[in-house]
Design a protein around this ligand. Structure first.
Ligand SMILES: [Zn+2]
Length: 460
């Protein structure tokens, strides 16, 4: 009789989440994320699956972000045929994100082949379709027995639509044990989504600590900050280009802009959402009204959709996308990708970058070496599609849109668990934030706090 945890990914880093729970030789994989980072490392990590797919009995997925879900089609390609349990909204968003992931890999392969390099995608569209058939959507709070002796239910994590805190009730025949896995935790007061639900009393906690050393700006300030930027940046007739992630960020910005216009805090401006993926994600978001917070549902009660209203246009085809560059009046263009690495946003940037009246507004994390980060760091000139461009537009940043709990949120959400917990594992954190969180948890009375290294096994 035994219960073990194996940490196989996102241990002392924030990408490629994979944790294995073994209860009496039944094996449950929590998350199966793609490793995102430097190309050579990513290729190696994503090709090797640290667990034999044939030995798995079940997979449980907390949310649809690719660093948590993106290696599922690889697992299926290598032979996994069992169920993948997740919430219903995660199932729908995964469909979008996994298909896109296969598409991006095929594009990368073609691009590298033109340069004489070989890259074999980790999986192809057929693997994705097979994976989607294995997803089992479960409503929040509904208990499901994933293997004999392990029952799972999901609580709202308030991170992206469908994101869950995973509660596992384990009985190995000799004792009962509750293991709570936070997945990625959102923040209180975030746009559209409900606040994270309280974490239940547990004996074992597996917690993320992405921002274990950081504090975000308050959400109230953020609304006013967005209003101020829009007022300032449209005064001289310029347009505002917002590179934004398709899921979550785009919808939050659209909703805030609509609200600010309704309240007369910014002038009425045309808003263009120019990304097929963002449009699809918005439609999924619009379907799950029961997962919206009260403020967003009140908008609907007043007869207003937070995402589809007069003045916002979801651009369908490439021709219409190109025509946006002829618009000679202040407007807002939201386009993916969020770090300006690919997609239609590059074409818009090419137009805006040399215009002193235009502004690029960055609303998300910009990883090192991305075009977004170069702009943020004040580069004088950048390359777009291989051509050099002088940066003449303004570049501004808003940090408040983050979908991750900061250290204060993390402590507020977990402090009450300390007296009952026997073990706490910190995952999904780089070394600095992970250690900062470790110190705070110990100071707050948490016992046996461990930031496990990749590949370690812990007996519970
Ligand atoms: Zn996430």
């Amino acid at each position: 009789m035994s219960v073990e945890l194996h940490f196989l990914g996102a241990a002392r880093t924030v990408t490629g989440s994979k944790h294995l729970l073994v209860v009496n030789e039944r094996r449950i994989l929590l998350e199966c994320g793609l490793y995102q980072g430097r190309r050579e490392t990513a290729h190696k990590v994503n090709r090797e699956m640290p667990v034999d797919p044939d030995t798995l009995d079940a997979v449980v997925l907390s949310h649809a972000h690719i660093d948590h879900s993106g290696a599922l089609p690889r697992l299926v390609k290598l032979g996994y045929r069992g169920p993948i349990h997740c919430t219903e909204a995660t199932r729908d968003l995964s469909e979008l994100l996994l298909r896109d992931s296969a598409f991006i890999q095929a594009q990368d392969a073609a691009h590298l082949a033109r340069r004489g390099q070989h890259f074999e995608p980790y999986y192809d569209p057929e693997d994705v379709e097979r994976t989607l058939k294995q997803l089992r959507g479960v409503p929040y709070h509904q208990e499901v027995e994933v293997v004999p002796g392990v029952k799972v239910h999901f609580l709202d994590a308030g991170h992206i639509l469908g994101a869950a805190i995973v509660v596992l009730d384990v009985d190995d025949g000799q004792r009962s044990l509750r293991i709570t896995f936070t997945g990625d935790l959102g923040r209180r007061g975030m746009a559209i989504l409900k606040d994270p639900e309280p974490l239940p009393t547990s004996q074992v906690l597996i917690t993320e600590a992405t921002y274990g050393d950081r504090l975000h700006a308050g959400c109230g300030d953020m609304e006013e900050e967005l209003a101020r930027i829009v007022r300032e940046e449209t005064r001289d007739g310029g347009r505002i280009l917002i590179p934004a992630f398709s899921v979550g960020r785009t919808q939050a910005v659209v909703m805030y802009l609509g609200k600010l216009m309704d309240e007369g805090r910014i002038p009425r401006l045309p808003i263009f959402v120019d990304s097929p993926m963002s449009t699809a994600a918005t439609k999924i978001m619009a379907r799950y009204r029961d997962l919206w917070d009260q403020e967003t549902r009140q908008l609907l009660a007043k007869g207003k959709s937070p995402f589809f209203f007069d003045g916002v246009r979801y651009v369908a085809d490439v021709e219409e996308s190109k025509s946006l560059n002829l618009i000679q009046q202040p407007c807002v263009i939201l386009s993916a990708s969020g770090m300006i690495e690919s997609g239609r946003v590059l074409h818009h940037l090419k137009q805006s970058i040399t215009r002193t009246q235009d502004c690029v507004l960055l609303v998300g994390y910009q990883a090192p070496n991305t075009l977004g980060r170069k702009l943020l760091d004040g580069a004088q000139s950048v390359r777009i599609f291989g051509e050099p461009y002088a940066v003449r537009c303004k570049v501004r940043e808003m940090c408040g849109f983050s979908a991750h709990a900061d250290w204060q949120d993390l402590m507020a959400m977990t402090a009450h668990l300390a007296p009952h917990l026997e073990n706490t594992f910190i995952v999904h954190a780089e070394e600095g934030p992970g250690l900062a969180h470790l110190r705070r948890l110990r100071d707050a009375g948490f016992r046996n706090v461990d930031p496990p290294e990749n590949g370690t096994r812990k007996r519970l």
